[in-house]
Design a binder for this molecule. Sequence first.
Ligand code: HEC
Length: 131
Amino acid sequence: MAPMSIDPADIARKPDRARTGSGILLALCLAGPVWAQGGWVPAPEREQALVRMVRQDCGSCHGMQLTGGLGPALTPQALAETPRESIAATIYHGRPGTPMPPWKAMLSEPESDWIAQRLQTGFPPEAKRNQ
Ligand code: HEC
């Protein structure tokens, strides 16, 4: 094939490809991960949603202060000896045969890892709502 030859099928595909490209870009801007010094962190709005989820959904079993309930405490002291990857895996996959459910339908793996890291360093409080 000559280097400059143009495949009509290629031209026909181009608009599609451009659309997909900007769609991905848009998705990255809206919900995408932010790479910051020291590791992956969620975008600010997603971070608030994750904090709310841990405080409320996880809190329903692990206690509103995460100091334990049906599930064990998720405080930095309680998790000090547990490798972060193992905490993240428990969150993502759950513990089959126990009430600890998997969260992979709600969370990405980096988000599970971020929650694990934040639990080990002291989980932030929910942002106060102004209204
Ligand atoms: C329906 C109740 C329930 C909910 C909701 C729940 N957990 Fe659990 N979780 C448990 C139970 C029970 C265990 C203990 C499992 C076992 O016996 O090994 C557990 C274990 C864990 C562990 C392992 C702790 C350790 O010391 O090894 C982590 C980490 C954890 N949960 C995090 C979370 C997070 C984060 C959420 C929310 C995204 C969550 N859990 C939601 C019940 C729950």
